[in-house]
Design a protein around this ligand. Structure first.
Ligand SMILES: O=P(O)(O)O[C@H]1O[C@H](CO)[C@@H](O)[C@H]1O
Ligand SMILES: O=c1cc[nH]c(=O)[nH]1
Length: 242
C-alpha cells in the first residue's frame, strides 16, 4: 500500500474501515440499498460528496460497498484511492448497461471479460501500443459459477466503456456491435486499468437495463429485481473468493 496519508480528498476513512472486497455501483442510492438490504451490521465509512461507502458482513465475510459515480474519471478516482491508499484488493462493479447485440436482452447479466473504450485513460501509461483492459480471471470464473448456480441468464464478453452517454456520432455504436461488443456502460475499462496498474483484481457485472437496438427498457420495479440477482451474485462471489 502507498505511504500516502488519508483521508484522501474523496474518501474520509481509515484503511481498516474497508473490507478487502468492495462492490461498486455507479449510483450512491444503489450502494445504500445494497448495504441496508444485504449486509449485516452495515456501517457508513464514507460520505464525502454523498458517495456513500458502507462496510458490513455477508455470510460472515466482511464486504464493503461504495458508489463510483458515473464515468471513467469518477471510478478512476475512487478505485485508485481504494486500491492504492486503503488496501482494497478486489473491486466488483455492479452496474447497469445498454445491450447492443440482438441475443442480449433486458434483465440479462453481462460479465465484462474485457472492456473496450473510447476513453483516453490509458494514454497516461505511455504504452507503445493499445492496452486491453480485462477482468481478473479468479473473480470472473467465481462469478460465472455463481451465475450458473443462480440460474441467471448471463453473457460473458466485451463491454464498451463509453465517455459519452449522449453522442453526436450516430454510427459509432454499430461499429462496436459488429466487433461483438455486448453492451455499453461507462466505467469498466477505467476500473480494469487501475486494477492492472495497482496489481489488484477487478470485475464488472452489469444488468441490462435497456436495449439500445430495440429501445426496450426495464421498468423501475423490474430493474430493482434484476439488480437484486446481480447484487447477490457479486456478494456470493465475494464470499467465495474470501
Ligand atoms: O448504473 P450505473 O452503475 O451508474 O452504470 C451506468 O449508468 C450510468 C449512465 O446512466 C453510467 O454510470 C453507466 O455506466
Ligand atoms: O444505455 C445505457 C444504459 C446504461 N448505461 C449506459 O451507459 N448506457
Amino acid at each position: 500500500m502507498s505511504e500516502k496519508q488519508y483521508p484522501t480528498p474523496h474518501i474520509s476513512a481509515a484503511p481498516e474501515d474497508f473490507a478487502k472486497t468492495v462492490l461498486m455501483p455507479g449510483d450512491p442510492l444503489r450502494a445504500k440499498f445494497v448495504a441496508e438490504t444485504y449486509l449485516q451490521n452495515p456501517v457508513l465509512v464514507n460520505n464525502v460528496r454523498g458517495v456513500q461507502g458502507y462496510t458490513g458482513t455477508y455470510k460472515n465475510v466482511r464486504v464493503s460497498v461504495m458508489a463510483s459515480g458515473m464515468g471513467i474519471p469518477s471510478i478512476g478516482i475512487y478505485s485508485y484511492e481504494l486500491y492504492n491508499f486503503f488496501g482494497v484488493e478486489n473491486i466488483m462493479r455492479i452496474g447497469s448497461t445498454g445491450a447492443c447485440q440482438d441475443h442480449v436482452h433486458v434483465r440479462d447479466l453481462v460479465i465484462g471479460m474485457g472492456a473496450c473504450t473510447n476513453s483516453a485513460y490509458a494514454s497516461q501509461y505511455q504504452l507503445p501500443g493499445a492496452f486491453a483492459p480485462i477482468a481478473d480471471y479468479t473473480l470472473m470464473s467465481a462469478a460465472i459459477q455463481k451465475c450458473r448456480e443462480a440460474g441467471a441468464v448471463y453473457h460473458v464478453g466485451n463491454l464498451l466503456s463509453s465517455d459519452t452517454f449522449y453522442t453526436d456520432d450516430a454510427s459509432a455504436l454499430s461499429k462496436w456491435t459488429r466487433m461483438g461488443v455486448l453492451a455499453v456502460e461507462m466505467e469498466a475499462a477505467g476500473l480494469y486499468m487501475n486494477a492492472a496498474r495497482a496489481g489488484k483484481r477487478a470485475l464488472a457485472i452489469c444488468t441490462v437495463s435497456d436495449h439500445i437496438l430495440t429501445g426496450e427498457a426495464t421498468t423501475a420495479a423490474e430493474r430493482q429485481s434484476s439488480f437484486g440477482q446481480m447484487i447477490e451474485i457479486a456478494l456470493e462471489t465475494a464470499a467465495a473468493i474470501d
